[in-house]
Design a protein around this ligand. Structure first.
Ligand SMILES: Nc1nc2c(ncn2[C@@H]2O[C@H](COP(=O)(O)O[C@H]3[C@@H](O)[C@H](n4cnc5c(=O)[nH]c(N)nc54)O[C@@H]3COP(=O)(O)O)[C@@H](O)[C@H]2O)c(=O)[nH]1
Length: 630
């Protein structure tokens, strides 16, 4: 509606401008023609004046011989002499004393008196020439010729008419050309306006249009009351669709998402695509109660249905942040920022959901943004470090290897726990370069300890969800092994049970590829992620790590004891080794040993150690083993 009105206004304005242009041109051309006419008048008048003066000289010299004749004779010869000249209107011959001797006139008008004739005044349409007639060496008379400029004025009038007609014709043609060009220009402008405000992939208004739509909704609601909601929807893991199916299919999916959103919304609601996989929905209601959450719920629910792209069913989810006017911000940028904050919150809570903005969200987002900023520089500044926590075999008490645990030595915050920064690294994608640094550093470190005489050690590295989806992971792993010269079995990769089950099909392929390369594979935090027993049988897994939650209350908690014993039994039947995490007491160790658990990791054996402390720990541990054996 607004757009059509704008286009009409632009068209009317453009027509008015053409009219004004043409009027100015007409006046300018008419003035120019008028000036030319005036100039022409003076040039022609001057020519005529010269002719009349010449005639006066010539006639005066002829008349000097006729002065002696009678006045009638004199008049006749004057008339004979002047008749052929159209422009001579009349003439008089006076004595030097002013007595009229003879006259000539085309009309019957009375001849001019001596005073007027001998001293002619300037007239627009007439001019006069006064010439002495000499006789016998003295002035014998005075000849006055009167010329008319009527012919000249008629020519000028015709010239002016032709000029005006030519100007009118030229202006008509110019008008037609200009109007045509302006129409074409207007159409082009309208099309450009459309392109500038429309997203080419979905046909929805784009980010540019979104800003002006949100602004106008804010001003309408401010003026007339009611409320408005801004919903920012970000598709979850859309990048994976692009990476796996290609950008063409990604674009098709975006188009289908746009259609689905439009079908959920009422007329008057606005949906825009404001970024790669980001959509904005503006809802304006007359009621004071916000409609945002209801619509967000509908949108999240609608994603349960698959999208058909290239005859394939694609499931995608979205995370939505809602900010409402006026509570969630009174201007466009605050509303958008707050909706973004809420959307981010929905993502961090596990995606596929929505959150309404609350002011408390702002603080945690600022803290998070600051961490992300300095985490970006942490790798370059050498602020990341690995700690190593030993895993000990329960069969012979030997150290089998270490789990590499990441730490961040922040210049101001001190030692930052991975719990605080891994989720941020994961969300921002920084986990991919950081994870590859962890794999490379851990392999290099184990190689260094092997070279120092501590043979047959394994190093376990935790994988994050984002890493498992990165196509660079296998290359990173193989490069780290090649560079360090480590045997593949010396590298253990841990993937949590919940991460594994989240994307079981893709992860199954990944694990098969890693196992084919000879890498040792563990399921971390086992027992917390609802593994399907059917999958467990098929998974290419070497080891389960029982989650600390089941260890902390044993012995004593009958349920946990039963669960731990059952996990160990089941894993062994499937040919999978079992490690217990978080063993802190010798009673726990005794129970786990009796239950047949293969290995333990936990504070009872050691807290995570710096790389420098590991050789000393290994020497101490080996000595204790020898002492116990002897
Ligand atoms: N993707 C990556 N994740 C990583 C990496 N490094 C660590 N992590 C993950 O961060 C989580 C927290 O790790 P952290 O603070 O290092 O805690 C580990 C141990 O210190 C702790 N632990 C070990 N023994 C005990 C114990 O006896 N009691 C007790 N209360 N805590 C103990 O457990 C953490 C190791 O857990 P897990 O990985 O499940 O074996 C954690 O989830 C790490 O996985 C990394 O490089 N990449």
């Amino acid at each position: 509606m607004h757009k059509a009105k704008d286009v009409n206004n632009a068209s009317t304005l453009s027509k008015k401008l053409i009219e004004v242009d043409l009027k100015i041109s007409t006046v300018a051309l008419l003035l120019a023609s008028l000036f030319l006419c005036i100039y022409q008048y003076f040039v022609l008048r001057s020519d005529l004046d010269e002719q009349v003066q010449a005639q006066a000289v010539s006639v005066a010299s002829q008349m000097s011989t006729h002065l002696a004749a009678s006045n009638a004779e004199l008049g006749k010869s004057l008339s004979n002499r002047l008749q052929p000249f159209d422009f001579i209107e009349s003439a008089e011959i006076f004595t030097p004393q002013g007595k009229l001797l003879a006259s000539y006139g085309k009309t019957k008008a009375l001849p001019a008196g001596f005073k007027d004739a001998s001293n002619p005044r300037w007239h627009f349409n007439a001019l006069a020439a006064v010439q002495r007639i000499n006789g016998g060496g003295a002035q014998a008379g005075l000849l006055v010729l009167h010329a008319t400029l009527d012919q000249l004025l008629i020519r000028l009038a015709v010239y002016m008419c032709v000029a005006v007609l030519a100007i009118a014709a030229a202006l008509m043609v110019a008008r037609l050309i200009v109007v045509g060009l302006k129409e074409e220009l207007l159409q082009m402008e309208t099309h450009l306006q459309f392109l500038a405000h429309t997203d080419a992939v979905t046909g929805l208004p784009n980010r540019h249009a979104f800003s002006s739509r949100l602004d106008s909704v804010i001003s309408v609601v401010s003026e007339h009351g009611g409320s408005a909601d801004l919903l920012l929807l970000d598709l979850d893991n859309f990048k994976i669709v692009n990476d796996t199916l290609g950008h063409q299919s990604g674009d098709t999916l975006l188009g289908l998402v746009a259609e689905r959103l439009s079908s959920i919304l009422r007329e008057g609601d606005i949906v825009c695509r404001i970024g790669g996989d980001e959509f904005a929905i503006i809802l304006e209601t007359r009621a004071s109660k916000s409609a945002g959450e209801r619509i967000a719920e509908k949108i999240v629910g609608s994603f349960k249905e698959p999208f058909i792209v290239d005859q394939q069913e694609i499931y995608i989810t979205g995370s939505i942040g809602i900010s409402s006017f006026p509570g969630g911000g009174i201007d466009q940028s605050t509303l958008t920022r707050n909706a973004d904050t809420a959307m981010y919150k929905a993502k961090s809570k596990g995606k596929n959901s929505f959150e309404q903005f609350h002011p408390e969200m702002d603080v945690s987002v600022k803290k998070r943004a600051a961490i992300e900023l300095s985490l970006r520089k942490a790798l370059e500044r050498n602020e990341l470090a690995l700690y190593y926590q030993p895993k000990v075999s329960l069969k012979d008490q030997k150290v089998m290897g270490f789990e590499a645990l990441l730490r961040w030595n922040h210049p101001e915050m001190g030692l930052v726990s991975p719990v605080d920064f891994i989720p941020i690294a994961e969300e921002s994608g920084l986990i991919v370069p950081i994870g590859s640094w962890v794999i490379e550093t851990a392999c290099r470190q184990i190689r260094a300890w092997s070279d120092a005489g501590f043979n047959e050690l394994k190093v376990a590295v935790n994988l994050s969800a984002r890493q498992t989806k990165s196509i660079a992971l296998i290359d990173d792993v193989l490069n780290a092994l090649r560079k360090s010269g480590l045997h593949p079995w010396q590298l253990e990769l841990e993937i949590t049970e919940s991460m594994l089950m989240d994307n079981i099909h893709d992860n199954m392929d990944l694990l098969e590829n890693l196992q084919a390369a000879g890498i040792f594979l563990s399921i971390d935090d086992f027992g917390t992620g609802y593994s399907s027993m059917a999958y467990l049988k098929r998974l290419p897994i070497d080891q389960l790590k029982i989650d600390r939650a089941f260890i902390k209350d044993i012995p004593g908690d009958g349920d946990d004891e039963a669960i731990v014993s059952a996990i160990v039994d089941m894993a062994h039947r499937l040919g999978i080794a079992v490690v217990a995490e978080g063993a802190e007491t010798c009673e726990q160790i005794a129970f786990l040993e009796a239950a047949g658990c293969d290995a333990v990791q936990g504070f009872y054996v050691s807290h995570p150690l710096t790389a420098d402390d590991v050789p000393q720990f290994l020497e101490r541990h080996n000595k204790a083993l020898i002492a116990a054996a002897s």
